[in-house]
Design a protein around this ligand. Structure first.
Ligand code: ADP
Ligand code: MG
Length: 418
């Protein structure tokens, strides 16, 4: 699914590549046209060639080779200090266009560190600790935040874990394995619904709980309620994105009630609950279809296809390797508020790139005609002066790039003052 989404995504070129392509073309063709015109006007070959060379030397997009990479080097370095690891520069440049942000819930907006609040054993004669041990023996082999929390709880309570074989992860739904000759599944309420197994009446007590259900040989054997905490700065992140005019949505594999509780707490613009990995991709596609420029932030294996599909994919640093490998940008400190810097840095960086592009090429408007000899015989630009001009533009561009540090600093101070 990740490969599919990546292939379907149109590959946008970054600004430097686009500009360099055009300028090389301009430089070569204007040079050639100069040569032809002078020859046609009856000048000797050496004069015509000298004019052509001067045009090409002056207009050679040399400063460009510095203009944009320098800005990129500076902005990626500052971003890294602010907790943003940029893996795909084009996506970073494009983050200024984001109009919709889709967040995953577990491990992204929430910490993904669950505490067990209730354990209910439905099978006759099974002790709670044995039940927890059985579940934990499966979860040992899963990377999911729920799994890690259950294993931690089992270790804390010092219950022994039986051996589990034939482990399988059912992405977005749960896990299965064989324990003591029995087929055990730990799954979401969505999976029970699919199998037409009714939910126990007392499974959900408070809205904010995530409940996982345990099936032994296809019989409901019990369930566990877990509580997660919303990350302390999720609310700020949502509010700041919204004040930048960005719509904020959540797409989660978790239950609708839990999703609604989190959405209410954070003031989200919309929620998609009980979605499987392919449906997360569709959430992103739908928003793109409505004309949004979509960023997706997630941490899990189940988020990876949606991260690939989004215009800008952002992985939470504490998440799975698959998510980090698929994303364009990684939140090193796992802080949702770092995303708000992404948008403003992206904007500042793009502005600086365009400024530099202008400095690197703008002087050509005057220099190229002079080099071509439009003022001949009153004035002709020598190839040496042409070379000096070209170098001077490189220096200006390099100095201008350094100013980006200051601009980003000012942006940051303004944000802090808010
Ligand atoms: P989210 O999209 O919020 O990160 P997931 O799609 O990863 O959530 O998981 C959706 C649901 O699937 C979970 O709420 C849980 O019920 C179930 N689930 C997924 N993986 C596991 C696991 N390893 N153990 C138990 N339940 C799991
Ligand atoms: Mg998640």
């Amino acid at each position: 699914m990740v490969a599919e989404a990546q292939n379907a995504k149109s590959q946008t070129q970054n600004l430097a590549n686009r500009a360099a392509g055009w300028l090389t073309l301009v430089s070569l063709s204007v040079g050639l046209v100069t040569l032809l015109i002078w020859l046609w006007a009856g000048k000797e070959v050496s004069f015509a060639v000298e004019r052509m060379v001067t045009v090409m030397v002056t207009s050679c997009p040399h400063a460009l080779g510095v203009a944009i990479p320098l800005v990129v080097a500076i902005s990626t370095a500052i971003s890294a200090q602010k907790g943003l690891l940029i893996r795909n520069r084009t996506a970073f440049e494009e983050s200024r266009k984001i109009t919709a942000m889709v967040f995953d819930k577990t491990g992204t907006l929430t910490e993904g560190e669950f505490g067990i609040t209730r354990i209910k054993v439905l099978s006759q004669g099974v002790e709670e600790s044995a039940f927890l041990g059985m579940v934990a023996s499966l979860e040992q082999q899963s990377q999911h935040p729920i799994a890690q929390s259950i294993v931690r709880a089992a270790r804390e309570r010092k219950v022994s874990l039986p051996a589990a074989t034939d482990f399988q992860s059912i992405t977005g739904k749960g896990v299965s394995a064989t324990v003591a000759g029995k087929k055990v599944l730990v799954v979401s309420p969505g999976y029970l619904k699919e199998q037409n197994i009714p939910l126990p009446a007392d499974a959900y007590q408070s809205g904010a709980e995530t409940v996982v259900f345990v099936l032994v040989d296809n019989q409901l054997a019990g369930y566990m309620a877990l509580a997660d905490k919303i990350r302390p700065d999720s609310k700020d992140a949502v509010r700041q994105l919204q004040s930048d005019g960005i719509k904020v949505y959540m797409a989660t594999g978790d239950n609708q009630k839990v999703a609604d509780a989190v959405a209410r707490e954070l003031g989200l613009d919309g929620v998609y609950a009980e979605v499987l990995p392919d449906q997360k991709v569709n959430v992103v596609k739908d928003l793109q279809g409505k004309g949004y420029f979509v960023a997706m932030t997630g941490d899990g294996v189940n988020d990876a296809p949606a991260l690939a599909q989004a215009n800008v994919g952002i992985a939470v640093g504490s998440g799975t390797d698959v998510a980090a490998e698929t994303a364009d940008i990684i939140l090193v400190n796992s802080k949702p508020t770092d995303i708000t810097s992404l948008v403003s840095f992206g904007k500042a960086t793009y502005r600086k790139m365009r400024q530099n592009l202008l400095w690197a090429t703008g002087y050509n408007v005057i220099a190229i005609p002079l080099a071509a000899g439009v003022l001949y015989p009153d004035f002709v630009l020598s190839p040496a002066i042409g070379a000096v001009l070209m170098s001077a533009s490189t220096v200006i561009v390099a100095l201008n790039a350094q100013l980006l540090r200051k601009e980003i600093q000012t942006l940051n101070n303004r944000k802090a003052a808010h």
